[in-house]
Design a protein around this ligand. Structure first.
Ligand code: COA
Length: 258
């Protein structure tokens, strides 16, 4: 349990707030553990009718903590990794999940939205999937879900180029439901959560189960994870993490292909 994730239940709405604003809500192993607990609770606590994920500070999240990637790459990773418990909980969730995104949603911040059932973006929101720029591969079953959602060539471009996708385009491509004014995000998200919480929860859960192939998503996550672990310890990835730490652009030209 870390204070960098706040979890609050009121009126059947479990609000999960990413709260590490000084590091742009970059997600650590400890934060994944609390996130996993929260999604598992949303699934099993009969008082929870809908979950809502949002972020403090000036962006939703900068994605996985790159320092922790670098630690894993140099063999100093944590003994127990919680990211998979979080991702599996997302894949298996039948409780409705709302994503409320302002500013940037990077890496897993963007791919977790593919597991949300209703997504609100502020006008300045940007979705960024920089896995290839970090010499990694996409995760969270996004290698399956993103092409399914937006088509192969758009997904390829988002993954391979890592350029930001703006809010209007994200809505047009079916990644998000609506764009709202920056100061209205939390109000609009809460209002939608209240409306969903008033619906028959059993029926909603059954509908969500029918709409998603949870076992297939978990299997895809495990396939991705095998590639991800391999890429994490590659020379390319070490160059990408060193470049981030040194606040410079990576230079992959001198790194051999394998
Ligand atoms: N992991 C660890 N620390 C991070 C981080 C991350 N993913 N993203 C930001 N931070 C830290 C920065 O190192 C900086 O720390 P410092 O104040 O101790 O130097 C602090 O958060 C503020 O970040 P900064 O880069 O100054 O903010 P910005 O508004 O200029 O840029 C981003 C924001 C998100 C564009 C930029 O931080 C970034 O590209 N982060 C990495 C994103 C990423 O690659 N994530 C992994 C996805 S798989």
């Amino acid at each position: 349990m870390t204070a960098e994730i706040r979890v609050d239940l009121s009126d059947g709405i479990l609000t999960i707030t990413l709260a590490r604003p000084d590091k742009k809500n970059a997600l650590t192993n400890e934060m994944y553990s609390t996130l996993a607990d929260a999604i598992e609770r949303a699934e099993h606590d009969g008082n929870v009718r809908v979950a809502l994920i949002q972020g403090d500070g000036d962006m939703f999240t900068a994605g996985n903590d790159v320092g922790e990637f670098a630690a894993i790459a140099s063999g100093k990773g944590p003994s127990e990794s919680h990211v998979h418990r979080f991702l599996h909980a997302l894949a298996k969730a039948t409780v409705p999940i709302i994503g409320a995104v302002h500013g940037k949603a990077v890496g897993v911040g963007a791919t977790m939205l593919l597991h949300c059932d209703y997504v609100l973006l502020t006008q300045d929101a940007e979705l960024i999937t920089p896995f290839i720029n970090l010499a990694l591969v996409p995760e969270a079953a996004s290698s399956y879900l993103l092409p399914l959602r937006v088509g192969h060539v758009r997904a390829f471009e988002m993954f391979a180029m890592g350029e930001p996708l703006n809010a209007q385009t994200a809505v047009a491509w079916g990644i998000a439901n609506k764009v709202c004014a920056n100061d209205e995000l939390r109000i609009d998200a809460r209002r939608m959560a209240e409306r969903i919480a008033a619906k028959p929860a059993g029926s909603l859960g059954a509908m969500k189960t029918l709409m998603r192939q949870a076992e297939m998503l978990v299997a895809q996550m495990d396939r991705e994870s095998a590639q991800f672990q391999e890429r994490l310890i590659s020379a390319e990835a070490r160059e990408a993490f060193a470049a981030f730490a040194e606040k410079r652009r990576p230079d992959f030209s001198k790194v051999a292909q394998h």
